[in-house]
Write a protein that binds this ligand. Structure first.
Ligand code: FES
Length: 181
């Protein structure tokens, strides 16, 4: 189970909680804020949210697991999705994925140790005419090639020291909801 790592992280969580009234209606915006801060929803934070909003933990989990924008597993700051749907596949998506993994020093899709990126292979993202496609957060990178990967990653790379405040779990976690089997 992910643990709140530091007093600083707990303080950050408490400061986030203070901005929201103790009402059930606060649940989704509060979870969004926690997701933005820590890049996922740590269980200790969900327990704290349940106490604050006087909800049961299962009620909080029900919402946290319903929306795909929320992750219960540690994610990187940037969600990088390589489309492996048919159109992208035939235009070289597997080679793009290989280069992404190589450049991020990952052996398989998952989260980088510095928590900057979580890489997933996904099914068609709905813009086959731009294949092969990579999505990073809300941005679509069209007509990707191995040669374009480094420049794309550089746009999102952050200086060291901006990792999330809660520790990521083991490298290689996957998002079953989005990952191509
Ligand atoms: S198959 Fe990749 S966008 Fe449709």
């Amino acid at each position: 189970m992910p643990q709140i790592e530091s007093a600083e992280a707990q303080q950050q969580l408490e400061q986030t909680l203070e901005h929201f009234p103790d009402r059930r209606a606060s649940l989704i915006p509060l979870l969004q804020e926690i997701q933005t801060t820590f890049y996922y929803l740590p269980e200790p934070a969900l327990r704290r949210v349940a106490r604050k909003l006087r909800m049961t933990l299962p009620e909080v989990y029900q919402v946290a697991t319903f929306y795909r924008c929320f992750s219960l597993k540690p994610r990187g700051k940037h969600l990088l999705q390589v489309c492996l749907g048919t159109a992208c596949h035939v235009r070289g998506a597997p080679r793009v994925m290989d280069r992404v993994l190589t450049d991020l020093k990952l052996s398989q899709p998952g989260t980088t140790p510095d928590c900057q990126f979580t890489v997933l292979g996904v099914r068609c993202v709905g813009c086959c005419g731009l294949a092969p496609v990579v999505r990073v957060d809300n941005n679509t990178h069209p007509h990707m090639s191995q040669a374009k990967v480094k420049g794309m990653l550089r746009k999102y790379a952050q200086p060291a020291g901006e990792a999330p405040k809660m520790q990521a779990e083991a490298e290689g976690e996957s998002d079953a909801a989005a990952e191509v089997g």
